[in-house]
Design a protein around this ligand. Sequence first.
Ligand code: URA
Length: 202
Amino acid sequence: MILDELRSKALVCTACSLSERRTNVVFGEGDPRSPLVLVGEGPGDNEDKTGRPFVGRAGQLLDKALVEAGLSREMVYICNTVKCRAADWSTGKPQNRPPTDEETLACRQWLIPQLGLIAPKVILCVGAPSAKNLIKKNFLITKERGLYFPCEYAKTAMAALHPSYILRQQRPDSDGGFGLLVQDIERAWQAAQKLAEKDAQH
Ligand code: URA
C-alpha cells in the first residue's frame, strides 16, 4: 500500500466516536521520505477546520522552533497520535482534551502503518500522549524528554515538550521550555541524518 491509499482510507474512518464531530481527518503532511517524523497529540480547532496538522497557535510555535533548529516543515513529516479532534463538548463550547486510551488504540490502525510506510530513522514524539503511545506507557515527559529510546517504528525515538504546554508555561522571565524544544528538534534531526548516511553507505 502507498501512503495516499492509507490516507484515503483514514479519511472515511469511523472506528471511534471522534469521527462523529470532526470536520476533517488530519492525516499528516510533509516529506514522507524525511528521516525524521514528528508525532503530536491530535488536531485542535484550526487543524480540524483545515485538515492540516499543527496550524494553530501551537503549530506556529512549532514552526518557529523548526526554523530556529535550522529546519522547515517541508523537511520533516508531521502527523498526530489521533487523526481527529478530541474535545469535551459538554459545556457547549468545545474544550480540547487529550485522547483517551481507546481513541489512541483505535487510531493506531492508521498511525502504525503510516510510520511503517515512511520508515523514519527517528521519531520525535511531541508531547506525552505521543511518547506514551510510541515509546512506553509510563513515559515521564519532563524527566525523559531529550533522551533516546528504542522504538519499534524507527531506529530510535525521542520526546520533546509539546508547544501547547510551552505556551502555558511562558512568562516574561521564562521561555517555558521553548529552548529545550529547539534543542530536541536539533538533536533528533542530527541523529536522523547520521542514521540515514550510515544506511546509505551499506
Ligand atoms: N497539537 C497537536 O498535538 N497536533 C496538532 O496537529 C495541533 C496541535
